[in-house]
Design a protein around this ligand. Structure first.
Ligand SMILES: C[S@@+](CC[C@H](N)C(=O)[O-])C[C@H]1O[C@@H](n2cnc3c(N)ncnc32)[C@H](O)[C@@H]1O
Length: 183
């Protein structure tokens, strides 16, 4: 009896049931632990609307789901790539953390909006207020070309560095260059 009540309550508060209109539960699709703000759940719902019928593509594109039917999403691995000393937060991955610009967007949010806009390889994303480049970093990670305009030249340089750094093959550098000899 008690178990049934618990299950009833869980189904009322399970955000994945709301996001997927009852098609899945949190046991099947797992949101990232820190995706709990209302706007994030809404964006996760928009992502599901876009990819709910193509779960393979959903695994590749989602920003808010950590796991889909037992398979880790690409974002799970991407968001695990952090700088030295960077911990926890799913928005400080890859080169997003390079420059602490207060006006920058959240990478996950931008990724979900790019998903909702149905942008794909071969399209071109324009950010006319580039800032420190979050939008172009996200489009680049999805393999979509981007173009940015920024009135502040320092921020244009910062963005370029963050974008160029995505292309560095760190493994190659660490095996080709023996840093110990330069000490
Ligand atoms: C909120 S930030 C943009 C954040 C960014 N889109 C991102 O992906 O993180 C707004 C940026 O617009 C720039 N900006 C303001 N007026 C501009 C203009 N007329 N032309 C180009 N950039 C402009 C500002 O310098 C600022 O860096």
């Amino acid at each position: 009896m008690l178990e049934e009540i618990v299950e009833d309550i869980k189904s009322l508060i399970d955000p994945v049931i709301w996001i997927t209109d009852g098609r899945f539960t949190s046991n099947e699709l797992k949101l990232f632990d820190d995706a709990r703000q209302l706007y994030e759940l809404q964006l996760a719902k928009l992502e599901f609307l876009r990819f709910g019928d193509d779960l393979k593509e959903f695994v590749r594109r989602t920003a808010y789901f950590e796991e889909i039917l037992g398979k880790k999403s690409w974002h799970y691995f991407i968001s695990g790539v952090k700088g030295k000393g960077q911990i926890g937060h799913t928005n400080q991955y890859m080169t997003h953390w390079f420059y602490p610009y207060k006006g920058k967007f959240h990478g996950q949010m931008i990724k979900a909006l790019i998903n909702f806009a149905e942008a794909k390889e071969g399209n071109l994303i324009l950010d006319p207020y580039l800032g420190s480049g979050t939008t172009l970093i996200e489009s680049s990670l999805l393999g979509i070309n981007g173009y940015g305009v920024e009135i502040n030249p320092a921020l244009a340089v910062v963005s370029q560095i963050k974008l160029d750094s995505l292309k560095i093959n760190y493994e190659e550098i660490s095996t080709e260059v023996d840093f110990s000899k330069s000490l």
